[in-house]
Ligand binder design. Structure first.
Ligand SMILES: [Zn+2]
Length: 487
C-alpha cells in the first residue's frame, strides 16, 4: 500500500509543531494531530473535521453571502430562500430549493427567474470532482484501505469528467451500469472460491469423528468471511481464534495441521470498491460523499473493554481511533489484536505520548491521571502483557508536584512570618491595654480619696458658714441694741 505524506497541504497555523498556546482542551478527540491507537496514522480532531467539511461543500449560508446576489438581495423570492437556508446552512442551495420550495409560493415568473439564477450561481460555487478529489487526497493516510481504493477509481472519473461534481458523475447511467456489472462479476468469482474452500474442508475431514464440529466452525467462519461489515484483517483475527480453539479439541494433530493450511488460504470477501461507489449513484450531493470520507479519518473514542462487555464510559477505558479503525476493531479484545499485530501497543504508546505531552504542558485539563489509568486497564485485560511506558511522564509529574509543594511551602513560611509579626503586635497592644487599665484603676482610687476629702471639706465649710451666720446674727442683734441705747 502506497502511503502518502500526511496532510501535505493542510495548514492550520495554530496547530504547527510544538504545543499550541492559549488553548485549553478537555476532550482527547480535540487534540490536533493525534495518531490513531490502532493504525498509528494521524486522525482529524473534531475542530479540524469541522474546518475540513466547510472547505468541501459550499453550503447555502456561505453561497448566499456571495456579492453576486447583491442586486436581488432585497427581492421577496431571495429572502424566502435565505429564510429556509437559516435552518439548513450547510446544504447546497440547489438541493435546498428542490426539496423545500418545490411546491411553495414560486408562482410569479419573476420569482422563478430569481430562483433559477440562485441555483445556477451557487452550483458554480460547488467544487468540481478534481477539486474535491484533491482535498480528499490530503486525508488519504487516515482513510481505510477500502476508501483509498475507492479514491483510485474516483480519480479516474475525475479525469474523465473534470467539469462535473461527483454527485453528477455517479448520476450518469453509463457509470452506474459499469459499477453494477463489476460488482456482480466480483461476487460471482468469490462465490466459486468459497464453495471450493468448503468442499476441500469437507473432503479433508470426511469420516473423521470431529467432522461435524469442524463443519460447524467452518460454516461460522464462512459467514464471517463473507460479511461486508469488517475488513479482512478483522475477519482473519476472529477466524484464527475460532479455529485455534477448535484445534485444542481435536486429537488428530496431522488433520489439524492440514486444516490450518486450508484455513490460512481461506478466501475473504474483500471489500468491493465497485459496490461502495455504486451506492453513491443515489446520492444527489457531494456533501454526503465527502462526509463519508472525512468522517472515517476523524477521531472517535474506542472502549478498551467494550460497553457491551461491561466496560465503563470513562476515560480510563478509552483510546482514540479513526472511525473506520474503531469499526474494524469491533469488540475483538485488545490482547487478541496485540498477539497478531505487534505494532498495536506501539501505536497506543505513540498516541499516549502526545496526550502525556498535552497534560504536561497544561493544555489538556483534568486528565492528569489518564495515562496511569489506561495503563492499568491495558495490563488488566492482557494479564500484564500490554504495558505502556509512562515512567518519564510520572517522573515529570513528580517534578511538577515537587515544585508545587516547594512553592506552597514557601508561601506557608511567608504566611507564618507575617502571622508571627501580627502576633507580636497583638501582644504589644495587650500589654499596653493592661498598663492603661492599671493606670485607670489607680486614678479611680485617687479619685475616691479626693471624694472623701471633698466631703470632709464641705462639712467644714458648712460648719464655718453656720458659725459665720450666727456671728452675723449676733452682730446684728448687738448693733440693734447699740442703736436702742443711743436713743
Ligand atoms: Zn486508524
Amino acid at each position: 500500500m502506497i502511503s502518502l505524506n500526511i496532510y501535505p497541504n493542510y495548514k492550520s497555523p495554530q496547530f504547527k509543531a510544538g504545543y499550541p498556546k492559549n488553548l485549553v482542551i478537555s476532550d482527547i478527540r480535540d487534540i490536533p494531530g493525534l495518531t490513531c491507537a490502532r493504525c498509528g496514522e494521524k486522525m482529524l480532531s473534531r475542530p479540524e473535521f469541522n474546518d475540513y467539511i466547510k472547505k468541501f461543500v459550499v453550503g447555502a449560508s456561505t453561497a448566499l453571502k456571495s456579492p453576486i446576489f447583491d442586486r436581488i438581495r432585497s427581492s421577496k423570492a431571495f429572502q424566502m430562500i435565505e429564510e429556509i437556508a437559516k435552518a439548513h446552512p450547510r446544504t447546497p442551495v440547489s438541493k435546498l430549493i428542490s426539496e423545500k420550495l418545490e411546491t411553495d409560493a414560486f408562482e410569479e415568473t419573476e420569482s422563478d427567474k430569481i430562483r433559477q439564477f440562485v441555483i445556477e450561481e451557487s452550483d458554480k460555487m460547488c467544487k468540481k470532482s478534481p477539486q474535491t478529489l484533491d482535498l480528499l487526497e490530503r486525508i488519504k493516510s487516515g482513510l481505510s484501505e477500502k476508501k483509498q481504493e475507492m479514491l483510485k477509481y474516483m480519480a479516474l472519473y475525475a479525469s474523465k469528467y473534470p467539469d462535473k461534481t461527483f454527485a453528477e458523475i455517479f448520476a450518469l447511467s453509463e457509470v452506474s451500469k459499469t459499477l453494477q456489472q463489476a460488482e456482480e462479476c466480483e461476487k460471482f468469482v468469490y462465490d466459486n472460491n468459497i464453495a471450493d474452500f468448503f468442499d476441500q474442508v469437507a473432503k479433508l475431514t470426511e469420516g473423521n469423528e470431529s467432522a461435524e464440529k469442524i463443519k460447524n466452525v467452518t460454516l461460522d467462519a464462512i459467514m464471517v468471511a463473507m460479511s461486508m461489515h469488517f475488513p479482512a484483517e478483522t475477519k482473519q483475527i476472529y477466524i484464527k481464534f475460532k479455529f485455534d480453539n477448535l484445534y485444542k479439541e481435536i486429537d488428530d494433530k496431522a488433520l489439524t495441521e492440514k486444516l490450518n493450511i486450508l484455513v490460512q488460504d481461506m478466501p475473504y470477501l474483500e471489500f468491493s470498491p465497485f459496490a461502495s461507489l455504486n451506492k453513491y449513484c443515489n446520492e444527489c450531493d457531494d456533501m454526503k460523499i465527502v462526509n463519508d470520507f472525512v468522517e472515517e479519518a476523524s477521531a472517535t473514542w474506542d472502549h478498551i473493554i467494550p460497553s457491551s462487555k461491561g466496560g465503563s464510559y470513562s476515560t480510563e477505558n478509552g483510546t482514540c481511533m479513526h472511525k473506520h479503525c474503531n469499526k474494524a476493531r469491533a469488540t475483538i479484545p485488545y490482547y487478541a489484536i496485540n498477539e497478531v499485530d505487534p505494532n498495536f501497543i506501539k501505536n497506543i504508546q505513540k498516541q499516549m505520548n502526545r496526550i502525556m505531552g498535552y497534560i504536561t504542558h497544561g493544555i489538556l485539563i483534568t486528565k492528569d491521571r489518564l495515562p496511569q489509568q489506561v495503563n492499568e486497564t491495558l495490563k488488566y485485560i492482557s494479564y500484564g502483557k500490554m504495558r505502556l511506558n509512562i515512567r518519564n511522564f510520572l517522573k515529570n509529574e513528580q517534578k511538577i508536584i515537587d515544585q508545587k509543594v516547594q512553592e506552597k511551602k514557601e508561601n506557608l513560611t511567608n504566611a507564618e512570618t507575617i502571622l508571627d509579626s501580627i502576633r507580636d503586635e497583638i501582644q504589644k497592644r495587650h500589654d499596653e491595654i493592661y498598663r492603661l487599665q492599671a493606670e485607670i484603676k489607680k486614678l479611680k482610687e485617687e479619685n475616691d480619696v479626693f471624694f472623701v476629702e471633698k466631703a470632709n471639706i464641705m462639712e467644714e465649710v458648712n460648719k464655718a458658714r453656720q458659725e459665720y451666720n450666727s456671728a452675723v446674727t449676733e452682730r446684728t442683734c448687738l448693733s440693734r441694741d447699740i442703736e436702742k441705747n443711743k436713743s
